[in-house]
Write a protein that binds this ligand. Structure first.
Ligand SMILES: *Cc1c(COP(=O)(O)O)cnc(C)c1O
Length: 225
């Protein structure tokens, strides 16, 4: 539920002595119908939504109207960049080739795409994202483009029941972001948003916890004790 997630964010900010206004909640709506999204989020005044797939996002965005700031949090293929101008932020830039495709598309329509570089901090074979060692080159490349603007770095932590296990991953991303992206990071999901906020997250991407009752398995384990 939105109220529970907001409470969790506020508490984590209090623990970390951070201003809650420095953390943006991106509500990930993958797999949820427009009606569910309206009831759980829009009717309660939340307007920052995330989607994984361009194919799923297009009809949903059309159904939900213009008063939404959409973020793309999932992998982006170069053949889909022509649909991407409406995104307030693309969290998943992971190659020079994709950056170049966004640049060409942005130049054509006079639009600057705001992006995060996705980093595979944990080195998981199954995850998208560049290796930490590749971050400087990709950041430098983006800086050379006129229609793609770097806003920070993003990572997906390995799935672990214990959110503390994500801390080194989040800290690793934050260290990279401090060097290359003004400390701005997209990290933390339903199970580990508190740890991400303690490690400095600028955006948290939360799905399940917004659509399930508080105390469920997505609630950072708090419901298990
Ligand atoms: C689904 C998803 C989320 C949200 O995950 P939850 O565990 O449902 O909170 C965040 N980021 C990405 C990239 C996702 O695909």
């Amino acid at each position: 539920m939105l109220a529970d997630v907001r409470t969790r964010i506020e508490r984590a900010c209090a623990v970390a002595s951070r201003d809650p206004r420095g953390v943006t909640l991106v509500a990930v709506t993958k797999g949820r119908s427009p009606d569910e999204v309206r009831r759980a989020l829009l009717d309660l005044g939340h307007r920052v939504l995330g989607e994984n797939r361009v194919q799923e996002w297009r009809p949903k965005a059309a159904a939900l109207g213009d008063d939404v700031a959409w973020h793309l949090v999932g992998h982006l293929q170069t053949n889909k960049v022509r649909y991407c101008a409406p995104f307030a932020l693309i969290h998943s830039l992971d190659s020079e080739r994709l950056a170049d495709a966004l640049e060409a598309e942005g130049a054509k329509r006079g639009h600057v795409h705001r992006v995060l570089v996705q980093v595979n901090v944990a080195g998981e074979a199954s995850k998208q994202g560049v290796a930490p060692a590749e971050v400087p080159d990709l950041v430098r490349h983006v800086a050379s483009l006129d229609h793609v603007r770097l806003e920070g770095l993003m990572t997906i932590a390995p799935f672990e029941p214990d959110p503390e296990r994500a801390r080194p991953v989040f800290r690793g991303l934050r260290d990279l972001a401090d060097r290359y992206a003004e400390g701005r990071t997209s990290m933390g999901m339903s199970g580990d948003l508190e740890v991400a906020i303690e490690e400095g997250a600028t955006w948290v991407r939360v799905g399940r916890a917004l659509f399930e009752p508080a105390g469920g398995p997505a609630d950072g384990g708090a419901g298990w004790t």
